[in-house]
Design a protein around this ligand. Structure first.
Ligand code: DAH
Length: 369
């Protein structure tokens, strides 16, 4: 049994004494203001405003007071806790602002800082020009054909009507794979793709074949043992040299500028009959330098025309070798070197620049050609 209640004086409950409450408040305010970080403030909050703080303890004592004393004590504690919470709140705001400020400073990015960039190359102009040519012909309804770089001698020579005693077949020009009797060569031109196409497709045939070719040439300013050609082959009913000329002129103008045309000079290739050399009208002087010593042109050496490639009507012997009836079908073909095309298109004077793989060369071309 507890003793009988005597009249209650709240000052007697030590936790509730104004002095102790003032001390608790003072200690809380001191702890909050000396907290230098949000973590320290959290500690201080648990100690001075948490469930086990002196003020929380005092608050709980109120419940034990007689009703007459509750109001006064409650008001005093309430004020004290209000003061502590307000101080806590304002210190929280201060410290959060300080933290945000620090974070912003820490995470600031100087967008003007020069950083070490990995060095990028550029697409090789030979790649981009091949794609450009493919685009021109795909727009005309052609497709792109491909053949192997290690080629059967039969495709590279025989089927193209290049006889066994043709000078191109000697060791001088051709890389033989294995020995000279292996029957395999590194293709010396893209023309064998004509044969492969005619053997696998029925006319009408409209193809181009860009690709790498090989010849036993020393690398110098104008030769490389590995270079690129683009070949075109059309086989259809009623194809004439007018179609060949019109196609070449269209090709020339899309590559070198509106109005640039080609000229055909009689020539000989075993796989075409008749055959012609294709000359390109000089796209720089357009002929203005011819017989005009006052305005010489370096691109065409003031000749007005630039040698570009070979062409002709597909030799009926070649059609027959591929099982196509020359009485029903006729065709044309042409082929040109891509390195040469790039050289005069861009004024490149040394073939070696194109094969040596110096990124400064390719980078200068960027993405376009
Ligand atoms: N293949 C020939 C060469 O490499 C170029 C050529 C000439 C291709 C006439 C052709 C053509 O398609 O009709 O020299």
């Amino acid at each position: 049994m507890s003793a009988p209640n005597k009249p209650f004086d709240p000052k007697e409950v030590s936790a509730l004494s104004p002095e102790n409450i003032a001390i608790a408040v003072a200690e809380a305010l001191e702890a909050f203001s000396s907290a230098a970080t949000l973590d320290e403030l959290k500690e201080a909050r648990l100690t001075h405003a948490g469930d086990r703080s002196a003020l929380a303890l005092a608050n709980r004592e109120i419940a034990a007071l007689p009703p007459a004393a509750k109001a006064e004590a409650g008001k005093r504690i309430g004020q004290a806790r209000g003061e502590v919470n307000a101080a806590l709140e304002s210190r929280t705001v201060e410290l959060e602002a300080a933290r945000d400020h620090e974070l912003l400073a820490l995470e600031a990015v100087d967008v003007t800082t020069v950083v070490a960039q990995p060095s990028h190359g550029g697409r090789h102009p030979l790649t981009t020009i091949q794609e450009h040519i493919a685009d021109v012909f795909i727009a005309l309804g052609y497709s792109v054909a491909e053949g192997p770089e290690v080629e059967a001698e039969w495709f590279n020579f025989d089927a193209l009507n290049i006889a066994a005693d043709h000078p191109a077949r000697t060791m001088q020009d051709t890389f033989f794979v294995g020995n000279e009797n292996s029957g395999l060569v590194l293709r010396t031109h893209t023309s064998p793709v004509q044969i492969r196409t005619m053997l696998t497709q029925e006319p009408p045939i409209y193809v181009i074949c860009p690709g790498r070719v090989f010849r036993t040439d020393e690398l110098d300013a104008t030769h490389s043992p590995v270079f690129h050609q683009v070949e075109a082959l059309v086989v259809d009913k009623g194809i004439t040299m007018a179609d060949l000329k019109g196609t070449l002129d269209h090709f020339a103008s899309t590559m070198f500028g509106e109005g640039i045309v080609t000229r055909l000079r009689p020539s000989f290739f075993p796989f075409t009959e008749p055959s012609a050399e294709v000359d390109l009208q000089c796209f720089l002087c357009r002929g203005a330098s011819v017989d005009n010593p006052d305005a010489p042109c370096r691109t065409c050496r003031s000749e007005g025309w630039i040698e570009w490639g070979g062409c002709g009507m597909v030799n009926p012997k070649v059609l027959v070798a591929c099982g196509i009836d020359p009485d029903v079908y006729s065709g044309f073909a042409f082929g040109m070197g891509l390195e040469r095309t790039l050289m005069f298109r861009h004024g490149i004077t040394d073939m070696r620049d194109m094969v040596e793989g110096d990124v400064r060369f390719t980078r200068a071309f960027g993405l376009g050609v």
